[in-house]
Design a protein around this ligand. Structure first.
Ligand SMILES: [Zn+2]
Length: 238
């Protein structure tokens, strides 16, 4: 096989490694991103539960203050009962008292509901927090592992690129351009071997006249079916 063709197969092997490496990098980045999203969801969830509890406590205290106010009102009305002078005044006061008592019952119901919610959340939060923290730690650990292998992939990719840059000047620019175009068009396979008279790119028989030209190795021979550059697998340099 001609030296140039051999270099092209080297370049193709390298390019396929580069492509695989890029795929892995993309996958890793995606997995890192997924973990970051999950971590922030866990944090948000925990924070929202904590906020919910704070809000309930605030509401509960407000309702307790309302009960105090209502109790004051009732005590005041109790005093007023001793000062009423007419039956009408007494009836009006009585009506007002039962109205305030109704208000108090409503507040008490609301308060009870709030206290139940508060107790539920107070009991739930510590274990929820522990669970969330554990999940977060696990995700953090996974993220660190992924970041460190992503770094390895990045440096591997840089080494591949360095190798590529060393290889490129050894190739004829026209041939290189052909190779690049073919790679784009032909599933990243521009140079393929013939094996048992068959093109390994498209699995179609190569005419004997072409095989003869390939074996002589004086020129670049293209598959008549798929246009890929052909080389003789058995003559491949190691
Ligand atoms: Zn072919």
């Amino acid at each position: 096989m001609g030296e140039e063709l051999f270099l092209l197969t080297e370049l193709q092997a390298l390019d396929s490694e580069i492509a695989k490496n890029e795929q892995r990098k993309k996958k890793h980045s995606h997995q890192i991103q997924q973990r970051e999203i999950k971590i922030s969801e866990l944090e948000k969830n925990l924070l929202s539960k904590q906020e919910e509890l704070k809000e309930i406590k605030k509401k509960r205290r407000a309702e307790e203050r309302r009960i105090d106010e209502v109790d004051l009102k009732l005590a005041k009305h109790e005093d007023e009962k001793y000062k009423v002078k007419s039956r009408d005044e007494f009836t009006a006061l009585d009506k007002e008292v039962s109205h305030v008592e109704g208000e108090k019952r409503e507040i008490e119901d609301l308060l009870l509901e709030l206290m139940e919610k508060e107790e539920e959340l107070t009991q739930f939060l510590p274990s929820f927090k522990v669970k969330a923290e554990a999940e977060k730690n696990e995700l953090d650990r996974e993220k660190k592992v992924l970041i460190s292998s992503l770094k390895e992939l990045i440096s591997k990719g840089e080494k591949f690129q360095e190798e590529r840059e060393k290889l490129i000047p050894q190739l004829d620019p026209v041939l290189l351009e052909q190779y690049e175009k073919l790679r784009q068009l032909k599933d990243e396979l521009a140079v393929v071997p013939i094996k048992d008279g068959i093109c390994e790119g498209c699995n179609v028989k190569v005419p004997p006249s072409l095989i003869g030209r390939i074996k002589r190795g004086k020129e670049i021979v293209y598959c008549e079916n798929c246009n890929r550059m052909l080389y003789n697998a058995s003559l491949r340099k190691v």
